[in-house]
Design a protein around this ligand. Structure first.
Ligand code: UFG
Length: 365
């Protein structure tokens, strides 16, 4: 049973703490969640809380919205611990490590737009790698050793064989964004081989969906790059038509294939990875895990499934291939099942229902 106590001060911003009404909050292990207001981060905050951990969120809202915190609090029923700050700033880590006893860290905070990363490489290297180094420095300084890192199946590039396992060779990155994930993994492997760290990199496949409450979900800024937000915005009338990038690929229906994983399954994978880190209690430990469903679906299947489960017809058209897209990738997830005891349990249909439920609750722009 986690130890519980009355708190009077749980919601904190960088410069101005304010006090909410006294609340009973369990003093479970605190987990620093960088990028905890983002899409995957916010859903992981929910899963961590449900599993009895106390998340401490650090985010600068560079690609998220402060309203996410209200959504989180509505789901959880109590205020979240939040720091507004830049993950490149070692000062903010010092403050958090001093004010809280942090048991582990989950590092989501990163820029993630593939196209933008090619136009502004320095911005991506500086932010994605700078924040990782600042975090590792602070962890070392404060004796914190457990870390889960957001990696990506992008490290496999265009694989020679699918599904990909964790032993499938890493291919040269096709984008600066992808390279920041590859270099990030290399840094972590080096760090864990010589310092007392215990680190897991999770290679995410394509996260989709939203929390079933519709209170949190994916909120892209501007025109969405990713498939499902574009589909939901088209269904909502914000976009006229979704363009499917290429229908002449060597796949059964000619469109690209990906492994779409419900974001709540992905969130729960972080809890499983965390429990594993806490259980192995090993220093100089590093491992990587695929986090997908083990199944591939084509772009056309996603659009058609969305229509079916939500009883709609989203206008689509075929356009030219998008540069940099891999043809087909999906993951073998046996290692996650065997070692972490985790397996995705929600269907693509469920994810697309939840994505629409979330979109539908958003105010129309
Ligand atoms: N697609 C369309 N039309 C759109 C948007 C996407 O047809 O308007 C297609 C893409 O061409 C691709 C598929 O939908 O075939 C999925 O595209 P996404 O942009 O949703 O996802 P990606 O697979 O390109 O990229 C995602 C993440 C990256 C991550 C990568 C790992 O966005 O951050 O998975 O492979 F690195």
């Amino acid at each position: 049973m986690p130890k519980c106590t009355y708190y009077t001060h749980s919601f904190v911003t960088a410069n101005m703490p304010f006090v909410t009404s006294p609340l009973l909050i369990c003093q479970a292990m605190k987990i620093l969640v960088t990028g905890g207001a983002g899409f995957i981060g916010s859903h992981t905050v929910v899963s961590l809380s449900e599993a009895g951990f106390t998340p401490v969120i650090l985010d600068n809202f560079s690609n998220s919205n402060p309203e996410v915190l209200a959504g989180l609090e509505a789901i959880l029923g109590y205020p979240v611990i939040f720091y507004e700050g830049d993950c490149n700033d070692s000062g903010i880590y010092s403050r958090i490590f001093t004010e809280h006893e942090i048991g582990s860290i989950i590092h989501f905070a990163a820029y993630k737009a593939v196209g933008e990363s090619m136009e502004q490489p320095l911005k991506y290297y500086r932010n994605n790698l700078g924040s990782l180094l600042a975090l590792l420095d602070s962890m070392q300084q404060h004796g914190a050793g457990n870390l889960i890192f957001s990696s990506s199946c992008t490290v496999y590039g265009e694989p020679d064989q699918v599904p990909v396992t964790e032993n499938t060779p890493v291919k040269p990155a096709s984008s600066v964004y992808g390279n920041t994930k590859q270099i990030g993994e290399e840094i972590l492997q080096d760090v864990a081989s010589s310092l007392p760290f215990s680190i897991i990199s999770l290679r995410y496949f394509n996260p989709v969906g939203a929390h079933p409450s519709g209170l949190i979900g994916e909120l892209p800024i501007g025109v969405p790059n990713n498939l499902v937000p574009f589909v939901t915005q088209t269904a909502a009338g914000i976009r006229e038509v979704i363009t499917i990038f290429g229908n002449d690929y060597p796949t059964p229906d000619g469109t690209c294939i990906r492994d779409y994983i419900h974001v709540m399954d992905l969130a729960e994978a972080h809890v499983a990875a965390l429990n594993h880190l806490l259980k192995v209690k090993r220093e100089k430990y590093y491992d990587v895990f695929n986090v997908g469903t083990g199944t591939g679906n084509s772009v056309l299947e996603v659009v058609n499934t969305f229509d079916q489960v939500n009883n709609m017809h989203v206008a689509h058209q075929f356009g030219p291939r998008r540069s940099g897209d891999v043809i087909a990738v999906w993951g073998n997830v046996d290692k996650s099942a065997e070692v972490l005891g985790w397996k995705a349990s929600r269907s693509l249909a469920q994810a697309l229902k939840d994505a629409w439920n979330w979109q539908n609750r958003l105010p129309k722009p």
